[in-house]
Ligand binder design. Structure first.
Ligand SMILES: [Zn+2]
Length: 276
C-alpha cells in the first residue's frame, strides 16, 4: 500500500507541460517518472473538474455545471473513502475543495484551517483568492503551499494529500500562453516543485503531478477543444501504467489513487483505474 500526494496545477495545457517543465521532463527522461496525456470531463471548468477528480463521477451525474454551482457533494470521494479505511488525509487547496468534500458554504474563519480526526478531510489548509481579478490574482506563493503540504506529511503523517494551486490558471487568463510572462511562471513553478518532490519521494510518497483542465490560446477553458481539455499527468511511483500514447480519462484518477492507497473503490466510480 502506498502513500500518495496529488499535485494539481490548475489550468496548465498539455503543450505548456511538455515545453516548459524541464525538471519534470528531466525525470521522465531519467526514468524516475512517467507521463501521459489526460483529458478533462466536460465542461472543462475548474469546479466541475475538482468534483470529478475527487469523486470519479461525471458532471452529468454530480451536477456541478460551473464554478458558481457549489454544494457539499453526496458521492463517495477520495477523502471519504480513505478516512473510512482508517487513513489520514490532508488538503492544501482552494476553498472549493473544502466546500465540495467537507462543509458548504465556506466559513472563512472556521474553515480556513482545520484538524478534524474522524472527518473526511483530516487536516485542511485552505485559501479563497477573494477579490481576484485580471489585475490581481490573489494567489498564494506556491512555495508556501508546497511547504504547508510537506508540513502535513512530516507532522501529521498524512497518507493521502492533495495540493491545488491556481497560479498558472490565473496567469493564463491574464497573459495567455505565447508570452514571456507564462514562460517565466512555468519555469518558476517547475523549480519550486522540484525542490520539494525529492523530499516527498524520500518520505515514501508516490506523487502525481497534473492539472484539472487545459487552456486555449486566449486562456479560455470550459469548452470541448483538446487545448481546453488536455493536460499532462506525471507519475512518480512503483505502479504499472498503460502505453505512453494512451489518453487517460480524468474519471479514472480517483479509482487509481484509491487503488494505490489500498482502499476499496466504491460503485459510483465506474471508470477503471490506470495504474496497477
Ligand atoms: Zn481550473
Amino acid at each position: 500500500m502506498a502513500k500518495v500526494l496529488l499535485i494539481i496545477l490548475d489550468g496548465v495545457p498539455w503543450a505548456n507541460w511538455r515545453r516548459l517543465f524541464g525538471n519534470l521532463e528531466g525525470w521522465v527522461a531519467s526514468g524516475e517518472a512517467r507521463v501521459w496525456k489526460m483529458r478533462s470531463v466536460l465542461p472543462s471548468t475548474s469546479g466541475t473538474c475538482y468534483a470529478s477528480i475527487h469523486t470519479g463521477v461525471p458532471p452529468q451525474v454530480h451536477g456541478i455545471w460551473g464554478n458558481a454551482t457549489r454544494r457539499r457533494l453526496e458521492f463517495p470521494d477520495l477523502f471519504s473513502e480513505a478516512t473510512r479505511a482508517g487513513l489520514t488525509t490532508g488538503a492544501v487547496t482552494h476553498s472549493f475543495w473544502s466546500e465540495f468534500f467537507n462543509r458548504y458554504p465556506f466559513d472563512i474563519v472556521r474553515d480556513i484551517e482545520y484538524d478534524e480526526p474522524g472527518g473526511t478531510i483530516t487536516h485542511g489548509r485552505f485559501h479563497t483568492m477573494t477579490g481576484d481579478s485580471g489585475y490581481n490574482q490573489m494567489t498564494p506563493a506556491d512555495v508556501d503551499l508546497f511547504a504547508t503540504l510537506t508540513r502535513l506529511c512530516v507532522v501529521k503523517g498524512i497518507d493521502y494529500g492533495i495540493l491545488h494551486t491556481c497560479t498558472l490558471d490565473s496567469m493564463g487568463h491574464r497573459f495567455f500562453h505565447d508570452c514571456e510572462e507564462m514562460d517565466d511562471a512555468c519555469y518558476r513553478m517547475d523549480e519550486a516543485l522540484a525542490n520539494f518532490l525529492p523530499q516527498w519521494r524520500a518520505a515514501g510518497y508516490e506523487v502525481i503531478v497534473t492539472a484539472d483542465h487545459g487552456q486555449d490560446a486566449r486562456g479560455h477553458h470550459g469548452g470541448a477543444t483538446e487545448e481546453q481539455r488536455d493536460f499532462a499527468l506525471y507519475y512518480f511511483g512503483a505502479g504499472q501504467g498503460p502505453a505512453p500514447d494512451v489518453v487517460l480519462d480524468q474519471l479514472g484518477l480517483a479509482p487509481t489513487i484509491l487503488g494505490r492507497l489500498g482502499v476499496a473503490v466504491p460503485e459510483t466510480m465506474t471508470v477503471a483505474g490506470f495504474l496497477g
